[in-house]
Design a protein around this ligand. Structure first.
Ligand code: HEC
Length: 330
């Protein structure tokens, strides 16, 4: 037995092996290699043709997910998260690990569309966006355990999973591409056994433990794309958004942004133009989550105003929940 991590092996067993066959013979160490993955030809966002196994996986450590650029649900969040992971891994992507995002809407997602999409998220080198023939991609996603069921395959049925693969060690594991980026970065560091470890001490310590549910929601679901007072990222800076927008509009926009846009609401149309086609995703927030978030956004904006708009000005309660401010006490 040559498996470093049974947990990772089991993750793959659950996700991939079930999709392949119920015959489930005991796995050998190199089971997930050239015999397993189809060596289909894919095209990168730069129009280069590559073979999935030979060129992209063989001998490498990889992180693979599926996306489609017109997705209004979780995929924009996944891409934003991975872009943050790429930043956290500072230079390792393209050297120690390769990221691949495979489009499951290859007809619409031409290399040109994928290239614009990648640019929108500030994607760096070592991360390929891939398209190809529809049937090849279906086969591939099934083999990767990245389609929700083995047979039916619908755009909306894609799983927001990220498969980590270490071809040299013959190991794969499933993780979620919407996890906290710091957590994902440390997961990669340990799964790929990087010796010169990441600065892990930074990851745990920066977080305030006692945070409200809404702040937690913001940090886990929104902060990959939005800041509060630190400027636009993928989406607009949300400081004072509760002043510039009507409360009812805001609540509805958080709940079903794609519907508001489909109705040609002028604000939604203007936002969609300005932010270059990356949509505000529908994150399936419940009523309570939306109410809490709106209240939290308002409270943060008031706090920033009363603190003189400087994150370091004032040491009173107004700063207590400011997530950019250092936490002096423990
Ligand atoms: C994948 C990136 C992404 C994520 C994640 C995301 N947003 Fe957005 N958001 C955007 C983009 C891009 C826009 C502007 C374009 C648009 O509205 O379509 C936007 C617009 C908004 C707006 C309208 C801003 C204005 O000026 O009126 C609000 C409010 C908002 N988002 C709140 C949130 C909240 C709250 C969360 C978390 C629950 C969140 N967003 C998660 C990308 C994102």
């Amino acid at each position: 037995m040559n498996f470093r991590r049974m947990a990772g092996w089991r993750g793959l067993l659950a996700g991939v092996l079930l999709a392949v066959a119920a015959s489930a013979a005991p796995a050998a160490a190199n089971k997930w290699g050239a015999d397993y993955f189809p060596d289909v030809v894919l095209t990168t966002q730069d129009g280069r043709q590559v073979h999935f196994y030979e060129d992209l996986v063989k001998g490498k450590s990889v992180a693979v997910n599926v996306i489609y650029t017109s997705c209004v649900d979780e995929c924009p969040l996944e891409t934003a998260r991975l872009a943050e992971v790429q930043r956290l891994l500072a230079g390792r992507v393209g050297r120690d690990v390769w990221f691949y995002s495979i489009s499951i809407d290859p007809e619409r997602d031409t290399p040109k569309v994928l290239k614009a999409y990648a640019a929108r998220f500030g994607v760096g080198p070592g991360w390929l966006f891939l398209t190809g023939r529809k049937q090849d991609i279906q086969l591939l996603t099934r083999k990767l355990g990245l389609s929700r069921t083995s047979d039916a395959f619908s755009k909306d049925g894609h799983a927001s999973s990220l498969m980590l693969g270490d071809d040299r060690g013959g190991q794969w594991m499933r993780t979620s591409s919407v996890d906290n980026p710091r957590f994902l970065a440390t997961t990669m560091a340990s799964f790929f056994q990087w010796k010169d470890a990441l600065p892990t001490q930074d990851y745990g310590q920066a977080r305030v433990v006692d945070i409200s549910k809404s702040q937690y929601l913001f940090e886990s679901r929104c902060s990959s794309c939005h800041t509060m007072g630190a400027g636009d990222r993928i989406g607009p800076d949300l400081l004072n958004v509760t002043q510039r927008r009507d409360a009812a509009w805001l609540a509805r926009y958080l709940k079903e942004p794609e519907r508001v846009l489909a109705e040609r609401d002028p604000t939604a149309v203007a936002l969609s133009k300005k932010y270059g086609g990356v949509p505000m995703p529908n994150l399936s927030l419940g009523e309570d989550d939306v109410r809490g978030l709106v209240a939290w956004l308002a409270q943060q904006s008031r706090a920033a105003t009363s603190a003189g708009a400087s994150p370091n000005a004032g040491a009173g309660n107004a700063q207590h929940h400011h997530h950019n401010a250092p936490e002096p006490r423990r």
